[in-house]
Every structure is written in structure tokens, then in C-alpha cells.
Design a protein around this ligand. Structure first.
Ligand code: NDP
Length: 399
């Protein structure tokens, strides 16, 4: 039993907090701290009164002193960072100062440079080792479950994995001409960046949306998908020994792509500050303010997600393929926790990562990605906490 401090109170945090409150076997106390305290209070009011004791706090997660003060006051056994990637390093600094384990779902990204990389957080390895505490990076779905799936495939199904294709399909329809399923600023930065994949020991860079494939997803049907750079490619390229190629594909509908192109063409996705009425504004942040809040999509999103990994490799001298995936229904998620499936598929693994670090199952001093731990307890917890996985031993491969 232990206490978790959740930082951030947006779409993903809301799901993780619901799941923490359902999991009184592991958690006996929870502090929700974020920039806007009223959101934390509203959730505490909705979920309070159960076995998990809830407190709330206001915090600026970019201010290490405020974070240290909060951690010293609340004394959590683990900090679960569900704010934005910009705050990863300040929260890690506060965890180091207070010797508190750290878990997040997205790697650090400097505000003025949309090129995310693990190097900023991997630079903390020695410091966390010396402090004797664990930092678990990327415990969402992708990254997160995709890394756990890779470790599981390696442990149980292959002697060597040569190729991994990560396929992220969202077959959900929210009825808006354009909206993003998680934080619009982070989402648009990700999809407007160059594509990248790992092949034979080096990165191959593509133009945004240059590589398109079609795939028939179980539970969803035929979808167009596009090759993107995604952060787990960087850690899996290092941690899956013998890997020759890793790619990441995400599905997008035509309406999303047409709107995005238009917004890009008129400069609305830019992160360079501009002067507006004598005030500096960042166009992408302004765009975020006029787009639907992802948290509001829950009631109106119908359909399913299907996210997973196709592996190709060798077992006992024979070539083998294997597909591990999860299908999640937007409306079922909404009925259970009041959120759509994108927040759900991230919030559940975030809770599981925090639980495993907190109870010592996944504990080793240093900074680690999910695939560096034993996947079995995580896989078991996915089935128990709402993200059951399915296997296909003869999958259709992506050309
Ligand atoms: P939201 O924008 O819905 O929530 C972010 C929360 O962080 C908000 O509550 C916001 O406060 C809070 N916040 C922002 N800045 C600060 C700050 N300086 N101090 C304190 N709190 C702050 O985002 P999501 O819930 O969609 O995403 C959360 C994280 O999950 C992101 O890092 C995202 O990249 C990651 N993610 C990971 C996925 C995965 O599969 N691995 C998939 C989807 C998302 P306020 O309410 O005031 O705005």
C-alpha cells in the first residue's frame, strides 16, 4: 500500500486517477496537484469518500522549489507525472531532491524545439542511481504498452526480433471536422514533424506524412496510416538486441489531414512567437485555445482503437511473425471513467507503471524505459485493469 502524487489533471490524468481510486489494493492515498486546482478539486469531489484518501494542491510543475515543497508535505511513495512533456525535467529534479521514485508517459521536449529525444532524461541515469531511486519513462500506451509488448514478445516468443511495426489505429469518430484526441499542442507538434524510422543501425528521415500504407485492423476495418517518428523507436532500437528495423504508423482520416494542411499553410501550427495587438502569442497555443478540449470528446466519440506491435524474427532457427494488440471501445471507456479511449489507453498503463514502481515489482535505481523490466506483471495488470490484449500468430504484414 502506498501514496501516489499525480501531477496534472487533464485527460490522461483523469483516467489514471479513476483507476488509482479503483485500485485500493495498491493505493491508500492520492494527491492530485496541477496548475488549475479547481479541476483537481472537482475530481476529488467526484471520486472521494472511497478507500483511497484524496488530497489536492496547486503547483507550477515548472518550478522545482514548489514541487519539492509539495513532495515534502505530501510524502508520496511515487510521483506520476501526467502534466506535459515540457515539465519532465523539473519534476525529475524535484524527485531527486526528495528521493522519490518518478513515472511519466512522454519524453521531455523543449518548448522551442519540437524534436523530442530521450537524451535529456537519460542524462539523469547516474543521478537516479546514486540517489537509489527508480525513474520509469514512458508508461502510457505508445510509448508504454508498446515497449512492454516488445519485451514480452522477446521473452516468450523469439530468440531474435528483427523487425517491429507499431500500428496505432484510432477508428473513433467525434463528429467534429477537426479535433485532437490528446493535448492539441503536443499532438500537432508530433504529426507535423518529419517522419523517421530505424533501419540497419541508423535513422531514415522522411517528410511529414510521406509514407502511407493501408491496413485492415481487427475491430475497426480498413484504414490509411502514415509513418511518424515516435519516441519509443529510440529506446527500442537500443533495448531490443538484434533489431534491424522499427517503424511507427498512425491512422488519420482525410478530414483531419485536410484541416491540418490548411492550418499549417496559414501558419497556425507555428511555434514561433508573433506579435498580436502588441502582445506576443504562439500561433499553435492560440489554436489549442480555440479547438475542442480533448477531455470534452468523451461523450461524443464512437468506435474503437486498435494499437499494437507486429514482430518479425526467429525462434528455434525458424522465421516467425507475431502480432500483439489491444482493442478499446471509446463508449465503453466513457461509461466507465467519463473519457474517450485515447486518454483511457494512456491513463491505465500510467496507473500500472506507478503501482509496479511503488510496490517494488519494477524497482531498480536509475532511469529506465518500460521494456527494460520484466513484462509479465505489467501484461497481467493490463488484462485486469481494462486493456486486455490479443495475439495473432499469422498476421498480415505491412509492406
Ligand atoms: P492535457 O492538456 O489534457 O493535461 C495536461 C495537464 O497538465 C493539465 O491539467 C494542465 O493544467 C497540467 N499542466 C500543464 N502545465 C502545467 C504546469 N506548468 N504545472 C502544473 N500543471 C500543468 O494533456 P493530456 O492529459 O492529453 O496529456 C498528458 C500527458 O500524457 C502529456 O505529456 C502527453 O504527451 C502524454 N500522452 C502520452 C501518451 C502515451 O501513449 N504515452 C498518449 C497521450 C498523451 P491545466 O488544467 O491548468 O491546463
Amino acid at each position: 500500500m502506498g501514496k501516489v502524487l499525480v501531477i496534472g489533471c487533464g485527460g490522461v490524468a483523469s483516467v489514471a486517477i479513476h483507476k488509482i481510486c479503483q485500485n485500493a489494493e495498491a493505493f491508500d492515498a492520492l494527491c492530485i496537484a496541477s496548475r488549475t486546482k479547481s479541476k483537481c478539486d472537482a475530481l476529488a469531489e467526484k471520486l472521494g469518500g472511497g478507500k483511497v484518501k484524496i488530497t489536492t494542491a496547486q503547483v507550477d510543475a515548472e518550478n522545482v522549489d514548489q514541487l519539492v515543497e509539495l513532495i515534502n508535505k505530501e510524502k508520496p511513495d511515487v510521483v506520476l507525472n501526467l502534466a506535459l512533456p515540457y515539465q519532465d525535467l523539473t519534476i525529475m529534479d524535484a524527485c531527486l531532491a526528495t528521493k522519490t521514485p518518478y513515472v511519466d508517459t512522454a519524453n521531455y521536449e523543449p518548448k522551442d524545439n519540437p524534436h523530442f529525444e530521450y537524451k535529456y532524461q537519460w542524462a539523469y541515469r547516474e543521478k537516479f542511481k546514486e540517489a537509489g531511486i527508480t525513474a520509469l519513462l514512458g508508461s502510457g500506451f505508445d510509448p508504454g504498452v508498446t515497449g512492454v509488448f516488445s519485451a514480452y514478445a522477446m521473452k516468450h516468443h523469439f530468440d531474435e526480433i528483427h523487425e517491429i511495426d507499431i500500428l496505432d489505429c484510432n477508428g473513433g469518430d467525434h463528429g467534429y471536422p477537426f479535433a485532437t484526441n490528446f493535448n492539441p499542442e503536443i499532438n500537432i507538434r508530433e504529426v507535423t514533424a518529419n517522419g523517421m524510422y530505424w533501419e540497419n543501425g541508423h535513422w531514415v528521415v522522411t517528410k511529414p506524412m510521406e509514407i502511407k500504407r493501408e491496413y485492415d485492423f481487427k475491430g475497426v476495418g480498413m484504414k490509411d496510416m502514415y509513418l511518424l517518428h515516435h519516441e519509443e523507436l529510440e529506446s527500442l532500437a537500443l533495448n531490443i538486441k538484434g533489431i534491424q528495423r522499427i517503424r511507427f504508423f498512425m491512422t488519420f482520416g482525410q478530414s483531419y489531414l485536410t484541416h491540418l494542411k490548411c492550418l499549417e499553410n496559414v501558419g497556425m501550427t507555428s511555434i514561433k512567437p508573433i506579435l498580436y495587438n502588441g502582445m506576443e502569442i504562439i500561433p499553435l497555443q492560440f489554436l489549442k485555445a480555440v479547438l475542442p478540449d480533448p477531455a470534452s470528446l468523451g461523450p461524443r466519440t464512437v468506435g474503437k482503437t486498435n494499437i499494437g506491435c507486429i514482430f518479425k524474427g526467429v525462434k528455434d532457427g525458424k522465421e516467425k511473425t507475431y502480432y500483439l494488440y489491444n482493442i478499446c471501445d471509446h463508449q465503453e471507456c466513457y461509461r466507465e471513467v467519463g473519457s474517450q479511449a485515447i486518454s483511457y489507453t494512456t491513463g491505465v498503463p500510467a496507473m500500472i507503471g506507478a503501482m509496479l514502481v511503488m510496490n517494488g515489482t519494477w524497482s531498480k535505481p536509475g532511469v529506465y524505459n518500460v521494456e527494460e523490466f520484466d513484462p509479465d506483471p505489467f501484461m497481467e495488470a493490463l488484462n485486469k485493469w481494462g486493456l486486455p490484449w490479443e495475439e495473432d500468430f499469422n498476421p498480415v504484414l505491412v509492406p
